[in-house]
Every structure is written in C-alpha cells, then in structure tokens.
Design a protein around this ligand. Structure first.
Ligand code: AMP
Ligand code: MG
Length: 407
C-alpha cells in the first residue's frame, strides 16, 4: 500500500518560499549607459539639472510678448537657432526662433511660422495670435533638479537608458550578473547539429530546453555557464552538481526531477546539500525542485519543454530578478473573456496557452500537452486558472502576457 502523500505546495506558497531564500547578491558593477539594457539599477539616480535646462520653443516660429502684439507687421530683432543663447526680447519686436531654442527673456509665447506672413521689407505679420505660454516647453517640465528620476531596484530598458542619458549619466551602477550553471539531463537528448534528423536513433530527441532556458537566462542579465547534457546516472549527476556549485550563484537543471528510477536529481541534491522544495500543484510544471548545493542555489525544472518554460517564467524569473535586487518581480495579470470552453479542469492550478484575438477575447491552443512547444510559439499568453474550476465561453479569465514573462 502507498503511504498517503503530503499535499503539493501551492504556487503562491512555493514562490514566497523561494523569494524568502533569494537574498540579493549585493555585488555591484558600473556599466556604460549604452550597455544597461535589462540590468537592475543598484542606486537611486538624482538629477543635477533641470530637463529641459531652460524654457524653449516647441515650434519653428517667432517668440513674442503677447501684450506687445500689434495689428500690423512687427520687426524681427534677433534670430535664435537651437543651441544658441538668446538676448532679452526688445519691446515691440519678434524674435525668429527654432524648435529647441531657448525662449528669450521677456517673451511669453511662440507663434508658429505657419501662422505668420513675412512682408517684402522683412517685417512679419502675426495672422493668428498665440495664447500666453503657447508652444513653450518649460524648464524642468521633464525632470526637476534633485529629483531621484531612477530608483534602485528598477530594471533598465531603453526608455530608462534615455532618461539616464538626459541627466548626463554615461555610466550606471547595476547589480552584477548572477552566475548560472545550466545543464540538461536525459540519455535521450541529442544536440542539434551533432546528428542530422534522418540519422536520429529510435528514442532520441533533440535538446530543446537548453536553447530557450539559456536565452531566458541571458535576457534576465545572467552570465550562463552551459554545462551541456548530463547522463541519467547517479554518480555523473552528483559529480556535475558538485562541479557546478563552485563559482555559481545558481545551478539550473532540466529533467530528471520526477520519481522514476532514471530521475537522479533529487537524490543527488540530497546527497550533496539540502532539498527544500519539491513538487508544486500546477499544470504544467509539477516536478519542480529547489535546494542548495554548497554555496549555490539549486533549481531543478521539469524535463517536458512546456513545463520547463512555464516554471522558469513563473518561478525562476522572479527568483533571478530578486537576486539582482529588482523590486518588480511578477508581471500584472489582466482579465479577458475566454472564447473557448475548458470543461474538465485539473485539480491543480493550470496555465493554459492562449492567444488574444481581434475581438478582444482569448483563443485556446488545441493541444495543451506539456510536451508541445508549438503551443507556446502560437500563444501570446497564459491563462492562470484556479484549481478545479471550469471555464465556459464568455467567462472573464486571468491573462498573463508571454512578452511580460520573457522580459
Ligand atoms: P524527465 O523530467 O526527465 O522525465 O523528462 C520528461 C520529458 O521531457 C521526457 O519526455 C523527456 O524526453 C523530455 N525532455 C527532458 N529534457 C528535455 C530537453 N532538454 N529537451 C527536450 N525534451 C526534454
Ligand atoms: Mg529524464
């Protein structure tokens, strides 16, 4: 008779447990602002100047004082291109001005050149009077001096890089890259390029997990040591884990983490260190393990490609972001109508591969098997479905975008 099995850990519980163990690495390095994409900022960045630095024109036209506007034509007293300094505006005159040029002292509006007429004598008539303040971009309307415009823990993307440059920062302090050792387990695995498809032996499959896991790690700013494929043998697994534990913050494996005789990950981790978390009540992705080997964290992902992909996105991604001190760890979910039925729910919380359609609803990929990577390529998101609940067409369901999960 089988002993009663303890209930599987819930995803929320497992994630909270993982994050409680993900102490930020606190290694900081300085990178060129050019190279900061995807990195996590280590310190607040305070602006030493106003952006824009002074009031400037947002149009090509003429700067003027509204109270001086005459019915007839007015003389033009100076010309102010972008990048030059302006003289105070002479009373009763216009100043020729271009986009981005500083507004002269005394002027309180810009008339765009399309609303003016230049006469043969060079004087200019204003055809449509601007409102006070019109077409002037105010000093500091983007950034005020002494503002912390970027915060420690913020993940940098192209917009943040541009903002950092706009306050004069050529270098940024960021969390050092987590060092991750990656290996796949499975005697059936063959690396693409080593055996052509026609020559694959019965039972052999190409190693797909290695490719997307490495790319997902790199997108998260990790330095990846790719340790290849480890055979399904106890000793080889122990040896690979022991070797990987030196010089890495995280050892990430895929496959071999279930309960079969060919699954050696769990006993190997237990022999070398501790296994703190094993199996989660989600579908796909139940075989998931967390532990420690020496000073390194260990995470074992399922072998089935979709399970591996989904558990990486839901658990490993926030873990690695927190190691880098990031504050935003999980993307927001939105509610969208299901344009499909899911009448036979699993007891576990399910993550269904879906795609947004032109009607604003969600279509379901027909084959939800955990081995079918096509579902992830076809889909643009996951429906996060509570345990045991069915979905009927039209129900609002919780949707998480795959591009958010891959960012
Ligand atoms: P396992 O968790 O080792 O029992 O593997 C579960 C399933 O995933 C098996 O069908 C494996 O062949 C498959 N699998 C394991 N690792 C990989 C991999 N790296 N790439 C593609 N399929 C894999
Ligand atoms: Mg296996």
């Amino acid at each position: 008779m089988n002993a009663p099995r303890p209930p599987l850990r819930s995803l929320d519980d497992a994630l909270a447990d993982l994050l409680a163990r993900a102490t930020p690495l606190a290694r900081v390095e300085s990178v060129s602002t050019f190279d900061a994409d995807g990195r996590v900022l280590a310190q607040d960045q305070v602006s030493a100047l106003q952006v824009p630095p002074q009031d400037n024109s947002s149009m090509d036209g003429y700067a003027l004082r509204c109270a001086d506007l005459a019915d007839g034509a007015m003389p033009v007293s100076q010309r102010i291109p972008a990048g030059s300094a302006a003289q105070p505006l002479q009373a009763g005159t216009l100043a020729r001005i271009f986009t981005g040029a500083p507004v002269p002292e005394g002027a309180d509006a810009i008339v765009m050149q399309e609303d003016t007429e230049t006469l043969v004598d060079g004087t200019v008539r204003v055809l449509r009077a601007p409102l006070p303040g019109q077409w002037i971009r105010r000093s500091g309307e983007d950034v005020t001096r002494d503002d912390a415009v970027l915060r420690a823990g913020q993940r940098l993307s192209p917009a943040e890089m541009g903002l950092a440059a706009s306050i004069g920062l050529a270098e940024l302090p960021v969390a050092a890259r987590p060092r991750v050792a990656l290996f796949s387990t499975g005697d059936e695995l063959v690396m693409p390029g080593t055996v052509p498809p026609q020559a694959m032996k019965p039972g052999a499959i190409y190693n797909s997990n290695r490719f997307f896991l490495r790319a997902m790690l790199q997108r998260l700013g990790c330095e990846v040591s790719d340790l290849g494929i480890v055979p399904d043998q106890r000793e080889a697994t122990v040896q690979a884990l022991r070797d990987a534990s030196a010089g890495h913050d995280l050892i990430l494996t895929s496959g071999g983490v279930s309960v079969g005789e060919e699954d050696h990950i769990k006993p190997a981790v237990q022999a070398l260190g501790t296994l703190d978390l094993w199996q989660i009540a989600i579908k796909p992705g139940k075989p998931f393990a967390y532990g420690r080997v020496g000073a390194a964290h260990f995470i074992g992902l399922p072998g089935n490609p979709v399970s591996s992909f989904v558990t990486f996105a839901l658990l490993v991604r926030p873990f690695l972001l927190q190691l880098q001190g990031a504050t935003a760890l999980t993307p927001p979910a939105t509610r969208l109508p299901a344009h499909f039925d899911w009448p036979r729910p699993d007891k576990r919380r399910e993550f269904l591969r879906v795609r947004r359609n032109a009607q604003g609803g969600l279509d379901l990929f027909a084959n939800q098997s955990s081995g079918v990577l096509t579902s992830v390529v076809w889909g643009d998101g996951l429906v996060d479905k509570p345990p045991g609940s069915a979905i009927a067409r039209g129900d609002a369901v919780s949707f998480i975008s795959l591009s958010d999960l891959l960012a």
